[in-house]
Design a protein around this ligand. Sequence first.
Ligand code: NAD
Length: 513
Amino acid sequence: MNPDEILRHFGLTEPLYGAGVGRESIPSSGTSLLQSRSPVDGRLLGTIHQAGPEEYEQVMKTALAAFVHWRRVPAPQRGLVVRRIVDRLRAHKDPLGRLVSWEMGKSLTEGWGEVQEMIDIGDLAVGLSRQLHGLTIVSERPDHRLMEQYHPLGPVAVITAFNFPVAVWAWNALIAAVCGDVVLWKPASQTPLSALAVQKIVAEVLAEENLPEGIFNLIIGPGSTIGERLISDPRAPLVSLTGSTRIGRHAAGVIGGRLGKYIMELGGNNAIILTEHADLGLAVPSIVFGAVGTAGQRCTSTRRLIVHESMFDRVRDALVRAYSSLRIGNPLDANNHIGPLIDQAAVRDFAKALDHVQSEGGRLLFGGKVLDGPGYESGCYVQPALVEAENHYTMVQEETFAPILYLIRYNGDVNQAVALQNGVPQGLSSAIFTTRMNEAEAFLCPWGSDCGLANVNLGTSGAEIGGAFGGEKETGGGREAGSDAWKAYMRRQTNTINYGSAMPLAQGVRFEL
Ligand code: NAD
């Protein structure tokens, strides 16, 4: 299927509008156009009329009305609706995965993997819909019962990053939906067509189920206008934002200012530690996949490699060999390992970061070229870079969203390596390769890795949906996906029930009339 066929498959024919509450999108009154260009070959995939303030109001009002209905639907029945959405996603896995690859530039296997992640989280949400339980707690008072309930919260704003154009929506929206919330989705401006395709799939199911419009909503528009509206709007009690630390910091300030709730899933600066007891056979493929997979554009991409001095030369040589064999090109061709960066601005950031780190003393060991010529006409392809560097360099302290791997030496014990790993402002994903139990446990113990994800003998990149996903420090502290992350999408209520005939007060306080 070529991109035109995929778009026709989803009924996405122009004119395309950025706001939608149901099957048909809302014609935009504004004139702001958004072009979606493929980083694969630079072709124009489609043009979208972005939502303006009027469409925003219409979407929010429809969502609020839908919430009044949806929160009364028993959670297991909400789960059945999500199950139908999941069935439909399974049926559309191939074209949706392809669209993600064309629009974002990730490899086709990762495009399909992203849709599979939506399916997996949907399955988890279906099961969860029968398990949204609180605690019953013994009361200190006679004939009293104490319990906790979780109630639906309201419209949840979901603001997503370009690098997971559809999966991050699913992490939030499918969990929020079984919790009884309605969802307003603002996707990244680089990947609007993937979002429109998902909205079509979901709206179709809701219409077939005779559910009101407004349960799943889409608002495509600039971060500076539509994004700002969402974060400032007190009618959205929860904002889940996935993106850069810069935008997240700003959004957290605005949402915090109105005492709203937020889930921030922001930038990472993920490291793998190779101790002197590492199994290099396991480590090298994990490092290469972590550093160059999705062209280094995963929040969990491996950016730093902290290597024991005794292994350094061997590891460096193995990586240079592996990098020399990487095939860079069209990500829809299964023979290629690496596709393009999202756009030419990202290529410029890659080149600037390499210049900067070299001016700080970094030594380029391999790669770093911007590619041109046949197959690279979009101007978005680069050769992944290996750089020997020190942890304190400014560039090493920052997340450059591109395939640059910094090799950092250490010569002490595992605690020194952990200190280097923790010595950055971000705290998303981390890993250690070691065959020694005491080193692995030192990495996982309370004074070990300070990240939200800490792995032993596997890399930093990617995660299963069963665990809670998110990071600490400048990564924002949010948690999504599995475990008990659902609690963030609900409002918690403590109930005390007196089934006796007296009125004892807590803490033995006496008050008699
Ligand atoms: P970005 O910060 O540029 O944009 C993220 C989203 O915020 C987009 O939808 C954008 O339109 C919106 N936005 C921009 N300005 C806004 C404003 N003023 N108010 C509200 N919304 C606004 O990020 P990006 O370039 O799309 O994505 C890459 C970044 O995302 C990287 O830093 C990466 O690490 C991070 N990321 C983190 C996770 C995670 O789970 N921690 C997952 C994926 C990506």
